[in-house]
Design a protein around this ligand. Structure first.
Ligand SMILES: NC(=O)c1ccc[n+]([C@@H]2O[C@H](COP(=O)([O-])OP(=O)(O)OC[C@H]3O[C@@H](n4cnc5c(N)ncnc54)[C@H](OP(=O)(O)O)[C@@H]3O)[C@@H](O)[C@H]2O)c1
Length: 346
């Protein structure tokens, strides 16, 4: 049997903010059968996660290419792969059978022809929505958990600042921190997002950074006694302002620097004198280095979800043709919570 598989590609490298017109949808005819012996599979894509890091792969040059396999350069016209959830249609891999639900690296298209090195894993939904495996139980959730617990090493009662706090990772950092017993302030880019953080997610305080003319004084207002931990999703000026408000022995978990991804001129230049005299730890991290706490993350988060202790924020677009606008929305701040595209019904 043959199907038409439409998949998303970049037309050319993208060095600034992405636009929908930078992408195109390509059709191909896909035969739903595979040559035996290579352990390949064909997976029908169900949910594709939209992640800011992909923009670094779309540039003609990026220092993200080298250190880690999945952040390598994308070639214009070729399929883009990223985290997602799908259903096995045909399998020559003895570990998987037809109709198994899998998560891992899938193409930004309707189907993925997978190889064993894509490291797909079987998903046990445990009665929870499948979309959770692209968000709260997927990369975003694990990033929030690993960055907060393994990098920040929190103590109860400490004061936490989170940027991009209504985003996929940020909202979960705030919720884990509140459940752990910290004081939490988040910043986000609109009044609606700020209200959501305070009224639905239980943040102690939140503010709209776009309305602040002096970020350093804004943080001083929310943290008169200083910040113990800063979970940085944005870099740039916010990182500089946070460093100037950190307490002695404060920790900064550098999760991402989205404000710098599309504008290299916005690079942070934090006061290194503050870093020295306040004995700060600033640590970048990537989740593959934290797999030793994956089981802990998964069981704790499932438990929180089943007991209604975590609110799930999802922002779902529908259909493969909506991938470009869904991706671009991350850089325009129009997403609330985990941005993903539902390609087909569960
Ligand atoms: N280290 C890791 O292993 C790892 C894993 C996953 C993600 N990350 C990183 O974590 C960060 C958050 O990712 P996510 O998936 O949760 O995305 P997200 O926060 O759900 O979405 C992006 C958000 O970033 C904010 N933003 C966009 N442009 C901005 C700018 N110029 N300045 C300030 N804020 C801006 C917008 O919110 P506002 O309305 O608040 O502006 C937007 O909604 C990213 O930097 C990402 O690369 C790292």
């Amino acid at each position: 049997m043959e199907v038409t598989n439409r998949y998303t590609v970049i037309k050319h490298h993208i060095n600034g903010a992405p636009e929908e017109s930078d992408f195109e949808l390509k059709p191909e005819t896909l035969t739903l059968s595979i040559e035996p012996g290579k352990k390949e599979m064909i997976v029908k894509n169900l949910y594709i996660s939209m992640d800011p890091f992909q923009i670094n792969r779309m540039k003609d040059r990026s220092s993200s290419y080298e250190p880690i396999k999945y952040s390598g350069s994308l070639i214009p016209g070729e399929a883009i792969y990223g985290p997602g959830v799908g259903k096995v249609v045909v399998s020559d891999n003895p570990e998987f059978k037809k109709d198994d639900i899998v998560s891992g690296y899938l193409s930004w298209g309707e189907y993925t022809r997978t190889k064993p090195e894509y490291q797909l894993t079987k998903v046990d939904t445990m009665g929870l929505p499948l979309s959770y495996h692209s968000g709260v139980l997927g990369v975003s959730g694990f990033t929030a958990y690993a960055g907060f617990f393994d990098v920040c090493k929190p103590k109860k009662g400490e004061k936490v600042f989170v940027s991009s706090a209504s985003g996929s990772v940020g909202n979960l950092v705030g919720q884990y921190a509140k459940l752990f017993g910290c004081y939490v302030v988040g910043c986000a880019g609109s009044k609606a997002k700020v209200d959501l953080l305070k009224e639905k997610l239980g943040f102690d305080e939140a503010f709209n950074y776009k309305e602040e003319t002096d970020l350093k004084s804004a943080l001083k207002r929310y943290f008169p006694d200083g910040i113990d931990m800063y979970f940085d999703n944005v870099g740039g000026k916010m990182l500089e302002a946070a460093i100037e408000n950190m307490n002695t022995f404060g920790r900064v978990a550098v999760c991402g620097v989205i404000s710098e991804y599309t504008n290299q001129d916005k690079r942070a230049g934090p006061s290194m004198v503050d870093v020295v005299y306040r004995r700060l730890t600033i640590r970048g991290f990537l989740i593959p280095d934290h797999m030793h706490i994956y089981n802990d993350f998964f069981s704790t988060t499932v438990n929180y979800l089943k007991n209604g202790k975590i609110q799930v924020l999802e922002d779902i677009s529908h259909g493969v043709e909506s991938i470009p606008s869904a991706f671009v929305s991350l850089f325009r701040g129009s997403n609330v919570g985990k941005k993903m595209v539902q390609i087909a019904d569960d």
